[in-house]
Structure formats: C-alpha cells, structure tokens
Design a protein around this ligand. Structure first.
Ligand code: ATP
Length: 340
C-alpha cells in the first residue's frame, strides 16, 4: 500500500457571491515536493492557497495535512509558513526581531537568539540582524520574510508570488536561493505564480489552472512537451497553431495542431525533408541573444497558422549564416514528430 499524500486537497469549491473562484479542485502533494500553482490572473490560485492556509474557508471539500483534516482549523494551528508578494515585515522591528516574532511562545526563550542567527546565516544575511526593513533592499527584505516563514520549521510552506515585486536580476538569483533553501530544509512547498518561466525553472510539478479548475498537472517537461490542451500549449511557452486538417488530411477543421518555434526547421536549398518545405517571407526579426525569433509569412496562404504568421526560433549562428533579415525569403519545415 502506498503511503497517504502529505498534503491533500479534495473536492474544494469556493464562490464569492455569484462568482465561482474554485470549481471542484483536488490535489495531492508529496513530502518535500515543490509545487507551483500556475495560471492566468483570476483563475483561483490565490484562493486555493488561502484555503490551504486557513485564511479562507471552502464552501465544499477539505484540506488534509499529513492525514489530519485541517479544514476547520485557524491558520495558527496548521503548522504553515507563508510568504506573500509584499514583504510584509514589521517596519518598526529589526530583521532579527522580525524573524524572532514567529518563534515567541513556540521555542524556549533561551534558544530564540540561536535560531534567529541560524536563519540569518541560511539566507546569507548574517550581518543584517540589527537592520530595519527600510535599510534593506527589496531582495533582502524578501529573504528576511522567507527566514521568518521557515524559522518555525513549518510542515508546509505557502508562497504567493514571493518574487514578483523584485527586479529581474534579483528575482533570478532568489529563485535559485529559494529552491536550494527548500531542498536543504526538505520543505514541502506550494508556490503561486503567474510567471511560466518561474514555474518551469523552479517546480518539481506544475499545477496549471484556468477558470477555477486544474487543467493539467505534471513535471515542467511533461507540461511543456505534452500540453493537454491548446490553452496549456499557449500558456506555457510560445506556440504556433495550425488547423489539423492541413497536416492529417482529415476534414475536422476544428482540431488544432501545435508546434513550438524552436522545433521548426529552416531548410537549406536542395535539402530533403519528409514533407515539402514551406516558402516564407520574413516579416519581423527579434534578437534574443542565443537565438533570433522571426515571424514569417507563408507565400501560400494555405500554410498560414491560425494567427497568420508563423513564429520560428533560429539559433544565432545559423541566422547569421542565413543573413536573416526582414523581407528576405526562407523555407521552413515542421517535423511531424514535433507536432503536438
Ligand atoms: P491573480 O494572479 O490575479 O492574483 P488568482 O488566480 O490568484 O489571480 P484569485 O485571487 O484566487 O485569482 O481570484 C479568483 C477569482 O475570485 C477572481 O475573479 C477574484 O476576483 C475573485 N475573488 C477572490 N477573492 C475574492 C473576495 N474576497 N471577494 C470577491 N471576489 C473574490
């Protein structure tokens, strides 16, 4: 018999007035797993996190933590650590006092200073103990908020867009730091994000939500390579859609085939491909560093994507050889095995 899930959400629904924020959500999370709740604005991610935290009660369904039902318990009795987008530190307390705050009454007074010192060490700010939030950068404040959440050694860490208020460079650095901290402490973590790159780089498993429901769950590779729906293909990564009938010869014009821009091949003169290459004119070119992203227009309209233009990623060295430029012509091939 397999062991019960560490965190279990079963059949949770929640409405605000006539608006349904969650329409029957079930989810299991393993011990030590890092799960990202990903989806567009308003899909219900934060509501689900707040129900896990006990800040909101579900209309139906429940939440279990280590096989104990916690649905009716107040937040303070669930053994949960939380970090939100806004740093939410107490401005009149130093970094050390902020971290110590959650420990009061939970660990013997004599141990608090040592635990705080360890936590500051863990987040790489051993010398910031006496500084006030206003004397810390955004990234440092968010590290302190993280330390405050983990110092109590919670059973479950809940993060709501904890990095989204930070600038791109700091955000990337903190992604790595947060992930190593989580692994080091073996913290079971559920993080809300609407940033697909964040979910792809950080999660063990992505839970993709849309319109109050979970629409796909899987590792980042599974969700990226085998999206369960056009919504999933489009939300995570860039994608071109084509009416399926064109490639499969079937009459069903409704069905769509998709292909990622990096999977489209540029065909050189005289090169043989399984299907005839599509001759295109380059309409826009964007330099992305390691590659160029081009929007190309098939000369024969029959090969247009549902958006008209086809998006193709071309590795920079190849683009240089091709002398890729607006209005030039090139031939592309959509490998059958890459169609999703
Ligand atoms: P975002 O990424 O924008 O934060 P989200 O996916 O986290 O979005 P939720 O905050 O869970 O979405 O909200 C889901 C829906 O429920 C939204 O339409 C929102 O307006 C609504 N909603 C959430 N909380 C309340 C509330 N307290 N009262 C009324 N409506 C609410």
């Amino acid at each position: 018999m397999s062991s019960p899930p560490y965190v279990s959400v079963r059949g949770v629904t929640k409405s605000f007035g006539s608006h349904q924020a969650l329409g029957g959500v079930s989810l299991d999370v393993d011990r030590g797993e890092f799960v990202c709740l990903l989806g567009p604005s308003g899909c219900g991610k934060t509501t689900l996190l707040r129900i896990l935290a006990g800040l909101e009660a579900p209309d139906r369904g429940g939440v279990w933590l280590q096989d104990r039902e916690v649905t009716g318990l107040p937040p303070g009795e669930r053994g949960i650590g939380m970090v939100f987008q806004s740093y939410a530190l107490f401005p009149n307390l130093s970094a050390a006092e902020n971290i110590a705050y959650g420990l009061k009454g939970r660990v013997p007074k004599k141990d608090i200073a040592e635990r705080v010192r360890e936590a500051l060490e863990l987040i790489g700010l051993p010398s910031a103990a006496s500084r006030y939030p206003s004397e810390l950068s955004g990234g440092q404040q968010q590290r302190v908020a993280l330390a405050r959440a983990v110092v109590t050694r919670p059973q479950l860490l809940l993060l709501d867009e904890p990095l989204s208020a930070l600038d791109a460079k700091v955000r990337q650095k903190l992604r790595l730091e947060l992930r190593s901290l989580q692994e080091e402490l073996g913290l079971t973590t559920i993080m809300v994000t609407h940033d697909q790159e964040e979910a792809l780089t950080m999660a063990d498993r992505i839970i993709l939500m849309n319109e109050a429901r979970i629409v796909q769950a899987g590792t980042p590779q599974e969700v990226y390579e085998r999206p369960a729906s056009p919504f999933a293909a489009d939300f995570i990564g860039a994608v071109n859609f084509f009416p399926a009938g064109r490639f499969r010869g079937g009459p069903d014009r409704e069905e769509l085939l998709a292909i990622r821009p990096e999977h489209i091949r540029i065909v050189g003169p005289g090169e043989r491909t399984e299907t005839a290459p599509i001759r295109c004119r380059v309409r826009h070119v964007e330099f992305r560093g390691p590659f160029y992203r081009a929007a190309v227009q098939p000369l024969d309209d029959a090969y247009a994507s549902t958006e008209g233009l086809i998006t193709v990623d071309i590795p920079a060295p190849q683009a240089d050889l091709l002398r890729l430029a607006k209005d030039s012509l090139l031939s592309v091939h959509l490998p059958q095995e890459r169609l999703i």
